[in-house]
Ligand binder design. Structure first.
Ligand code: FEO
Ligand code: CA
Ligand code: CA
Length: 667
């Protein structure tokens, strides 16, 4: 008996696109409904009322706006001609730039890798080829070069309906065509497992164009079966012991690696995000992990791995989910090194792990937990970074203090330490030690009274201006009485960006200030309440900020996830966002993705002459686009990007953007 499900239900809507499962934060931590948007509104009101009184006497409002426009446009830190927003089956970049496909799903990475053949996929082949759904992109220079280095790329998840031939059938339901996906074979599940994880690959710029060094000696694939170590406070704990690993120290693989980071000491960190989808089966009744798993939405059962491997079936291996939801650190200088899951950094739906060295040498990692009503964290290492001794930094991530953010309406933020024995994190609340606190990081943060956010995605510290940028992608479930100063819109469909300034510019500080940099969405629709500067054009606004980067000049670039024909009438892309002076909150479109894709990466090479972007799940959707108007799947995709060959499926790929004739981007 085969069960058929729609690819939407399986892979996008339920698991990833919106993290739109039932809201699973059960606490009533302050929503500050009674103080609705006090801080942000006051700022907006003052600006508005001054403007009105000044205008009223002499100047027409239109003239006033034109003057604002001119000041903002002149002050913009970004010099490029803006791209036009829109929707089609190709990628587009601003005039004067080239956007070249560098690495596609299935591209060979090793001398002995087979060439990509979508009709002959195997786990063995996939484990030697570039994986699926590229997300985080990092660059680790070789000999300090901006033109020769290792590209590290996460492969977040798989879209079987776009990957495998012959598994989708189209049925009519309620007068509409729907795609149904047949259950995957074990061989296909094995391909999926090999397509997850990460890639480390040598790249080199020659004649102004990037090339993959196919047999680079540090090239490596990490997959859902790569052996890893659990390290830090949770290693060896009873709650992470399984039949395959009675020691509680050895894990097989990583998956749903969303964003990540490169540490100051040159290792690659991968964040495990939506881990709930990979587990199925039922926990034995009254099992001690029931509440823990419920808080993370485990099991969601979107993937069929549990049908073929006992460890993904809760009935058979109830502790396995405690071994996922961590940040994984990889030493890229040794392709045989054992990746380590750094449990001191907490367990939740880790979006990313960008870091910065603080004044005293300790290293601070900013961590988002991407779920509606979940939290913003930061981890401060106990030891200091040693720039002169690589080995001294080896286990910095095993010891430090995890904090969670509490945003107050007066514009301050408190970073609350998540430490066993402090405050409510005691035996009375069911914690026997720091390992329990870390395994149940979300519950610990609930008890501390952290602020429930509108899906924290990437968080980027900016070493140039000393600020920290927090992408909050959206939260359609926030009700009017749940609005607070840091999450100022009910039914927040388009998300917002918060800017944090830590006390005394010290990233380790336990207190800071914050303000909303930008409320996103179409500023021409008053009800949306977007706050782009008036210099932002009809192409320049965006919704759903997700990934972000700062270039070496400290300028902010924002990538989006979840736009499209219905939501915003434009595809996702990369926008340049001013943060300073009169141009603050001006945004310009630089690159956009083909239909169905989201924009991941982004990353600037150290010389700012290349922007690497990751086009994730292109062709995933198209029903609601006039140019296609039907379900998109392997045999009939809404785009065959990037090859556009009839026998080649659509392929997630990393793109390298360079300026024609050379030079830094957007100067
Ligand atoms: Fe994997 Fe939250 O994006
Ligand atoms: Ca993301
Ligand atoms: Ca995303």
């Amino acid at each position: 008996m085969t069960e058929h499900r729609s690819p939407d239900a399986r892979f996008r809507t339920s698991l990833l696109e919106e993290n739109e499962g039932p809201a699973i934060n059960p606490t009533d931590n302050r929503t500050m409904g009674e103080i609705i948007a006090a801080r942000f509104s006051r700022r907006g009101f003052l600006k508005g009322s001054l403007a009105v009184s000044a205008i009223a006497a002499t100047v027409s409002p239109l003239a006033m706006i034109a003057a604002d426009d001119a000041r903002a446009a002149e002050g913009s830190a970004f010099k490029f001609d803006e791209l036009q927003a829109g929707i089609d089956d190709k990628h587009h970049v601003a005039p004067g730039y080239d956007a070249d496909v560098l690495l596609r799903w299935g591209d060979p990475l090793f001398a002995d890798s087979p060439e990509f053949d979508p009709t002959k996929q195997s786990a063995q082949a996939q484990a030697k080829q570039f994986g699926y759904n590229n997300d985080y992109v990092g660059y680790i220079a070789i000999d300090g070069s901006a033109e020769h280095g290792l590209l590290v790329v996460n492969h977040e998840y798989t879209n079987p309906h776009l990957m495998f031939p012959g598994i989708v059938s189209i049925v009519e339901k309620d007068g509409k065509k729907k795609a149904e996906v047949a259950p995957l074979s074990k061989e296909q599940v094995d391909v999926e497992m090999a397509a997850h994880g990460g890639t480390i690959v040598e790249i080199r710029k020659e004649g102004g164009k990037w090339q993959v060094v196919r047999d680079g000696k540090l090239n490596r694939r990490i997959t859902s079966t790569t052996e890893m170590a659990l390290s830090g406070p949770v290693a060896g704990h009873d709650r992470v012991k399984t039949n395959a690993d009675p020691s509680g120290t050895k894990v097989f693989g990583t998956f749903n690696n969303c964003a990540g980071g490169v540490t100051p000491w040159g290792t690659y960190v991968m964040a495990e995000e939506n881990i709930h989808g990979y587990f199925s089966g039922e926990l034995p009744e009254d099992h001690k992990e029931a509440a823990n798993y419920k808080r993370l939405g485990i099991p969601e059962g979107a993937y069929e791995w549990g049908a073929h491997y006992d460890r993904f079936n809760l009935a058979k291996e109830p502790n396995e989910p405690n071994r996922f939801g961590w940040v994984v650190e990889v030493d890229v200088n040794d392709p045989t090194s054992t990746p380590r899951k750094r449990t001191a950094m907490g367990r939740f739906k880790h979006e990313g792990a960008e870091s910065i060295v603080a004044k005293d040498g300790r290293v601070v990692f900013y961590l988002g937990d991407d779920e509606r009503f979940d939290y913003v964290y930061k981890f401060v290492t106990k030891g200091a970074f040693n720039a002169n001794d690589h080995a001294a930094n080896k286990d910095l991530l095993d010891d430090g203090t995890l904090h969670v953010a509490k945003f107050a309406e007066d514009g301050t933020v408190d970073w609350l330490p998540i430490v066993f024995g402090q405050g409510p994190l005691t035996a009375e609340n069911g914690f026997a030690g720091q390992a329990d606190v870390l395994i149940e990081t979300r519950r610990a943060a609930d008890l501390l009274g952290a602020t429930k956010m509108d899906r924290p995605e990437d968080i980027q510290p900016n070493g140039v201006n000393g600020k920290v940028y927090v992408m909050l992608t959206n939260n359609s479930k926030r009700k009017a009485d749940q609005v607070d100063a840091a999450n100022p819109r009910a039914e927040n469909a388009f998300g917002h960006i918060i800017e944090i300034t830590e006390t005394d510019g010290d990233f380790t500080a336990t207190k800071g200030k914050w303000e909303v940099l930008l409320k996103c969405g179409d500023p021409s629709v008053a009800d949306v309440g977007a706050t782009f500067s008036t210099a932002t054009t009809a192409n320049g606004w965006f919704g759903m900020p997700d990934n972000c980067a700062v270039d070496s000049a400290g300028r902010l670039w924002v990538a989006t996830d979840g736009q499209g024909p219905k939501a915003t009438g434009r595809t996702d892309g990369l926008w340049a966002v001013d943060t300073e002076g009169a141009a603050r909150a001006t945004s310009k479109l630089f690159f956009r993705v083909p239909i169905g894709a989201e924009m991941c990466g982004p990353l600037f090479a150290p010389d700012d002459q290349t922007a690497f972007v990751a086009v994730q799940h292109p062709g995933d959707g198209g029903e609601d686009w006039d140019g296609f108007g039907r379900p998109s799947y392997y045999e009939d995709p809404s785009t065959r990007w990037p090859d556009f060959k009839p026998d080649m499926p659509v392929r997630p790929s990393v793109v390298a953007i360079t300026r024609q004739g050379g030079g830094k981007i957007a100067v």
